[in-house]
Write a protein that binds this ligand. Structure first.
Ligand code: FAD
Length: 405
């Protein structure tokens, strides 16, 4: 394999390049990214970076020298087409990159707010460093913030804005925070914590339009006709995978770029990983699944690098996630969707709570708030077929760590 070309220089794209070199690959590596600057991490954009607690350099995966010494050619350009016949990626600049193997790591973009006024100044999604740089000075001076969507990113932003003294109002179509990702017990803890920080919630509520004054946002109108003052609107209502390039090249698409258990697309010379890849997820009954997390992007990148170096293995890593909101750190091991019973450890009052999620009496996920020991134990337990039953977990004095050991 003389040349690997990677499209998308985010979490997954950077990691394939780094892992290939680390594992001894000696051919050429071309990393093509359409964002300015060096590859950086997104998670702090809605947390520490926005609060000014870490600077720009701390966002970077590696400094410039790394790319030189590791012979990773970083190209700032946009890939516009894949010529599969001649194994070339065409770039907006008119250049082309020739590959023996192509890795698509194009990520996802924010689902846009589908209401009139979404184009006004002061309406933001949080996806890129550019978004965070534009938001950071504003969030320190605004008074009324409306957050649309009570998912991870919306709530992380809500916590930051509340901490900086803004009055924060969250609109959510569902009936509880982070409903897609966590149990009702954990939603409840986060709802109460946010309310204690002064955040107001409106559930089963969307917005019909955003009003402006001189091109700048001034208010939003809720689905039930109320008007909320707003000098900043931040939305986090999900993402759409960046499949255009793959689609136009005729690759199989299904809620992302469809890949097999080895993360190969329908073309054996092209892999897809990270937010854009839809893969048969072992922990989801091998159903086609797309995950949006650092763990997923990084582990899939390592899996592909290993395969390209002659060590193929079906991708089977345990999914895990985290989110930081105020003084709460939530860590999730496994996928809790479709759980049918839970056992809790700790207590919501102290903000130290683990929720063990079971399906058919099988442990499938553990959500831990401010209980990092439980999270680490859960990752080990869930990495092999777990034998822990709900009855065992509910016993007086049960501890995950002791059970794991
Ligand atoms: P990305 O990192 O998005 O990278 C894709 C890159 O490809 C982008 O730079 C894009 O511009 C580029 N690109 C797309 N098309 C082209 C093209 N045609 N040509 C060239 N370049 C192209 N995950 C967690 O686990 N924990 C967290 O706490 C957490 N917090 C987050 C906070 C925020 C604000 C955001 C936005 C995400 C967060 N995530 C978190 C999710 C995590 O960052 C993503 O899952 C991860 O970045 C996915 O990596 P990726 O490489 O697939 O996509």
């Amino acid at each position: 394999l003389a040349s690997v070309v990677i499209v998308g220089a985010g979490q997954a794209g950077f990691q394939v390049a780094a892992s290939l070199r680390q594992e001894g690959y000696d051919g050429s590596i071309t990393l093509i990214g359409d964002e300015p600057g060096l590859p950086y991490q997104r998670p702090p954009l809605s947390k520490a970076y926005l609060l000014g607690k870490i600077n720009e350099n701390a966002l970077l995966f590696r400094p410039t020298e790394f790319f030189t010494t590791q012979r990773i050619e970083l190209i700032h350009d946009q890939a516009t087409a894949i010529d599969r016949q001649n194994r070339r990626v065409l770039l907006a600049s008119g250049e082309a990159a020739v590959y023996d193997h192509l890795v698509l790591a194009t990520g996802a973009h924010n689902r846009p707010l589908p209401v009139p006024g979404a184009e006004l100044q002061g309406v933001f999604g949080v996806k890129t460093k550019q978004d965070a740089d534009a938001l950071a000075p504003l969030v320190k001076e605004v008074r009324n913030v409306v957050v649309v969507g009570a998912g991870f990113i919306g709530l992380e932003f809500a916590a930051v804005a509340a901490e900086l003294g803004a009055s924060v109002h969250v609109l959510e179509l569902g009936d509880r925070p982070m409903a897609r990702a966590v149990s009702t017990e954990m939603s409840q803890l986060f709802r109460q914590a946010h309310e204690a920080w002064g955040v107001k919630f409106d559930f089963r509520q969307g917005l019909t339009r955003i009003e402006g004054d001189n091109g700048k946002v001034s208010a939003v109108e809720t689905s039930d006709g109320r008007k909320l003052p707003a000098d900043l609107v931040v939305f986090g209502i999900g993402v759409i995978p960046n499949t255009q390039l793959a689609n136009e090249a005729g690759l199989a698409i299904e809620n992302g770029i469809r890949v097999d258990a080895n993360l190969l697309s329908s073309d054996p010379h092209i892999s897809a990983i990270g937010d854009v890849a839809c893969f048969p997820c072992l922990q989801n009954g091998e159903r086609p699944t797309r995950l949006e997390s650092v763990q997923n992007a990084a582990d899939q990148a390592r899996n592909v690098a290993a395969r390209l170096l002659g060590k193929p293995a079906p991708y089977s890593a345990l999914p895990w996630f985290w989110t930081d909101q105020g003084n709460l750190k939530l860590q999730i091991a496994g996928l809790s969707t479709s759980y049918d019973s839970t056992v809790t450890l700790g207590s919501p009052e102290t903000h130290q709570l683990s929720v063990l999620c079971f399906r058919n009496d099988q442990l499938i996920a553990v959500e831990s708030c401010n209980r990092p020991g439980d999270h680490m134990a859960a990752r080990k337990i869930l990495s092999r077929p777990p034998k822990l039953t709900a009855a065992e977990a509910a016993a007086e004095g049960f501890e995950l760590k002791a059970w794991e050991a």
